[in-house]
Write a protein that binds this ligand. Structure first.
Ligand SMILES: Nc1nc2c(c(=O)[nH]1)N[C@H]1C(S)=C(S)[C@@H](COP(=O)(O)O)O[C@H]1N2
Ligand SMILES: [Mo]
Length: 425
């Protein structure tokens, strides 16, 4: 089979209507799957169970907003743009009276037992309502911790994220906003692979796994031989840093927050090398920025959410990853199947992310070259970074040097440190 041939379930087939599934058969399958899941969730003996399949711990989120926002469980429409924050994270914690530990345990018990009689969906609502009925969200703050996310929320989050994923298969559309809602500059967060300034002339996008690669003029027999040049930052960047991480110092860019014993604080560890690194002598394409800019340009305004609990509305400009994939389609494997995953990393592999092909062909997954109507700054990931509004910030890799199509679920920087591989919202 030639890679150019479109098959009905071809994940690379993009549609003008982002909500449209590819064909009737798929829709039927989707509905059946949904019914199956609904059946399961209605069985009270399954409720509250931890997921049994691949679901790494998400130990670090203290965002109380997330579990509520991540509830796209509706009958027939794809994931609705739910942004309600039932538990505002800006609530004045200190103003609330301290509940006593017995009351906290009682409330946890109440939520847990309630959850046994309800569907997973209503559990989320019950948890939110219970939380609201208490002292703001203080009781959640003090309840038993798993990692750094409190148990009631994390349980709701995990079950909810899993259902959302099974039902919608990463096809939900993130809400968009008008440009005047966007911040003038996104805060800076995440320094890996950005400690030095990239010399733009030395930038190429390595693209690996492309069908009939030798036919392209950008083909090289070994993409790993390409050398990126990085130099010390000469000019102070305009980006400001996350306060919890201290000032953005140049050329170090970022100072790691340390515990008393000198170890890095949670969320600030080094994950080490990627296990999905390319072998030497891997053939592929070396694309220039002009090659990317030959694709149709898109702009939209979406909310950028970091798992640390902050979010900002940002105006993005760039090129759909789906269009890049369509322009340089992946090769099929020996069984004639298209690769299920995409792997990306920075020039020296200091930061890396893995994605499902479905997430990459999502119409809002954007190879970003502009932010706030201006060219992307180095610290925000120039010349290209990914924006994927269906996922948390840690999947939105900056300074992309490699995009590789692969059959094997790729390594991911923060998953190595215990965060969810999907990072879905
Ligand atoms: N190369 C690289 N990309 C990265 C990170 C990083 O450390 N290095 N951090 C991620 C995280 S956790 C977040 S929240 C966002 C922050 O993007 P910003 O600095 O543009 O706000 O980048 C993501 N992409
Ligand atoms: Mo993040």
């Amino acid at each position: 089979m030639t890679p150019e041939k479109q098959v009905p379930n071809d994940p690379l087939k993009t549609s003008d209507d982002p909500l449209k599934m590819s064909d009737g058969r798929e829709e039927r399958e989707e509905r059946e799957k949904r019914r199956e899941i609904e059946k399961k969730t209605d069985r009270s003996d399954r409720v509250g169970e931890e997921s049994d399949d691949y679901e790494p711990e998400r130990p670090d989120s203290n965002s109380t907003e997330t579990p509520i926002a991540a509830a796209p469980i509706v009958e027939d429409t794809p994931a609705p743009p739910v942004t309600v924050s039932a538990i505002p994270i800006t609530a004045p914690v200190d103003a609330a009276p301290e509940p006593d530990p017995a009351a906290i345990e009682a409330s946890n018990k109440a939520v847990r037992s309630k959850s046994g009689k309800r569907t997973r969906r209503s559990f989320v609502i019950a948890a939110a309502a219970a939380a609201a009925a208490y002292t703001g969200y203080n009781w959640i703050d003090k309840s038993e911790m798993i990692g750094r996310q409190q148990k009631p929320l994390r349980t709701a989050f995990n079950t909810n994220a899993k259902i959302a994923r099974e039902v919608f298969n990463e096809r939900g559309i993130a809400p968009t906003y008008s440009k005047d809602k966007a911040v003038s500059e996104l805060r800076f967060n995440g320094p890996y692979g950005l400690r030095q300034e990239l010399v733009f002339d030395s930038w190429r996008l390595k693209l690996v796994g492309v069908a009939n690669a030798p036919k392209y003029k950008q083909f090289v027999p070994d993409v790993t031989a390409w050398e990126y040049k990085e130099i010390d930052f000469v000019q102070p960047g305009s980006a400001h840093s996350d306060d919890s991480k201290g000032p953005a110092e140049k050329p170090a860019v970022w100072t790691r927050a340390l515990n008393g014993d000198g170890s890095p604080m949670r969320g600030q560890e080094e994950a080490g090398d990627s296990d999905s690194d390319l072998d030497p002598f891997t053939p592929g394409l070396l694309l220039t920025l002009d090659d990317i800019k030959a694709l149709p340009h898109h702009e939209f305004v979406t909310e950028f959410k970091c798992i640390e609990g902050w979010s900002e509305i940002v105006h993005w400009g760039g090129y759909r990853l789906a269009d890049l994939i369509a322009a340089y389609p992946p090769a099929r494997n020996a069984k004639g199947e298209l690769p299920k995953y995409v792997y990306m990393e920075t020039p020296y592999g200091d930061y890396y992310c893995g994605y499902n092909m479905t997430a990459c062909t999502h119409p809002q997954s954007l190879l970003t070259t502009e932010m706030s109507g201006a060219p992307l700054s180095q610290l925000h990931g120039a010349p290209i970074r990914l924006h994927m509004p269906i996922k948390y910030g840690y999947k939105q890799i900056k300074r992309i040097a490699l995009i590789a199509y692969t059959d094997k679920q790729p390594d991911d920087y923060w998953t190595k440190l215990g965060y969810d591989w999907y990072a879905g919202l």
